[in-house]
Design a protein around this ligand. Structure first.
Ligand code: ATP
Ligand code: MG
Length: 232
């Protein structure tokens, strides 16, 4: 079963100084239960790819399919519903709500119909596991970058979506916390989830079922690590 697919997806950003090719004819099929990594230099299109896959940025050309739906052919309300149901997104810049505390931010990721009270204990448990047990009632402005990053991860994990798209989820973390983040993503995959993670270092390689490289918007599969061991 295909979780996400891109058919010849391009994204152009016109500017006064010419067109920037954010994505250039990207073709990709990710099966359910895969753990995919995307690497590439700054400006190569990694965030653009994740936002496009997640139904948050309309491509200039091509089609994105998510859970069987042609994402950008849907009316906005249905696209929002698909996103809420199918995708947990860990944004590169966290996108936490400043007026909510840590626990409330995590609960805010749940789809509109779910009851936050029912998930409160699970959310607290998740925060505990991510080393944030004593930060549940702190506001984002008072958290370190790495703490905010883990709140964003907890928010994505709590709703157990079919797909997690994570944009450099360990960019601000020390090695021990970074390893823990990948362990959580791997556990999510073991339960049947699909993971697409943008990352720079080799830490996620051992979990990856496939690895991709972006260069100036062009996506290629890296075969060097094709023999990566299965997740533990
Ligand atoms: N909204 C936008 N308007 C104009 N140009 C954009 C926009 N978003 C991205 N770009 C351009 O598209 C290219 C890819 O950007 P993107 O944010 O996807 O890169 P990235 O690989 O995530 O980089 P980084 O590692 O620094 O986060 C960049 O050259 C950027 O300047
Ligand atoms: Mg980026």
């Amino acid at each position: 079963m295909i979780a996400i697919a891109c058919d010849d997806v391009s994204k152009e950003f016109p500017s006064r100084h010419g067109v920037v090719h954010g994505l250039d004819q990207v073709r990709l099929e990710i099966q359910r239960g895969e753990f995919v990594t995307v690497k590439g230099a700054s400006g190569s299109g990694k965030s653009t790819l994740l936002l496009t896959l997640g139904g948050m940025q309309r491509p200039s050309q091509g089609r994105v399919r998510l859970d069987g739906s042609d994402v950008y052919a849907l009316p906005p309300a249905q696209r929002a519903e698909l996103r809420a149901r199918c995708v947990g997104f860990v944004f590169q810049l966290f996108h936490l709500l400043p007026y909510l505390d840590t626990l409330e931010n995590v609960l805010a990721g749940l789809p509109p119909a779910s009851s936050p009270t029912r998930f409160r204990a699970t959310a607290l448990d998740l925060l505990q596991q991510l080393g944030l047990g004593d930060r549940a009632h702190h506001h984002p402005a008072t958290l370190s970058a790495g703490e905010r990053q883990r709140v964003a991860l907890a928010r994505a994990l709590l709703k157990k979506p079919p797909v997690i798209l994570a944009d450099e989820p360990t960019g601000n973390l020390d090695p021990a916390n970074a390893a823990q983040v990948f362990q959580h993503l791997a556990a999510f995959q073991r339960e049947g989830g699909t993971v697409v993670v943008v990352t720079h270092g080799p830490d996620a390689d051992r979990f990856a079922s496939r690895q991709f490289i972006l260069e100036r918007g062009r996506l290629t599969e890296a075969h060097a690590h094709a023999q990566a061991p299965k997740p533990l």
